[in-house]
Write a protein that binds this ligand. Sequence first.
Ligand code: PGA
Length: 225
Amino acid sequence: MKKVLVNLKMYQTSKEEVEKYINDLKGENVILFPSFIYLEKYIENGFICGAQNISTNCVGAYTSEISVKSLKDLNVKYVLIGHSEVRKNFNEKEEDINLKIKKALEYGLTPVLCVGETLEEYNNQKTKEVIKEKLIKDLDNIKGKVIISYEPIWAIGTGKIPKKEEIENIVKYIKTLTHQEVLYGGSVSLDNIENLNQIDVDGFLIGKAGLDVSCLKKIIEVVSR
Ligand code: PGA
């Protein structure tokens, strides 16, 4: 079955909100990426979880950073690496991403590597070139299972997505390059999931649409058909 991953970003900001979400969603086949501080609560309630980022370091004087060792200790199973918001807001480099993937694999967490092109690159038909370049650097010297999520940067949070055939083409391209599972992410919604679900993809990474439990349940239902 296709995987459904939900990146909860920094959307949830209170215990009440998290408790309600947990109660409403309990038992659904989904992998959640909550804010670090709520990871434990989700895991205690039986959810399979991933972190939204990790440090390139494991232990030491790294104020504000989160170690993969702590995540392992909490029973976190996945980690998002190279999400475009992290690449941009933290000025994350391909070398950092490569190190983070290595750390995650070393401690038995499955990395979910996000790659995608900007609108300008898309308009200039540079998508494959850009993705290949990122993948070569990000996956340099890496052996092991890495899930790749194709996320056009211009599709994240915008309500715009590439045409079905374009996604199909890029997903196939990434699979040929990496021989890994490939997801699609970027403005996945209840309106487009029927269409997106026809693509030969291993799952979806959902942001905003995953916040509304009734909407998410309907998406899961479509994906699990
Ligand atoms: P979105 O986010 O579904 O809100 O576009 C997707 C993501 O950032 O992974």
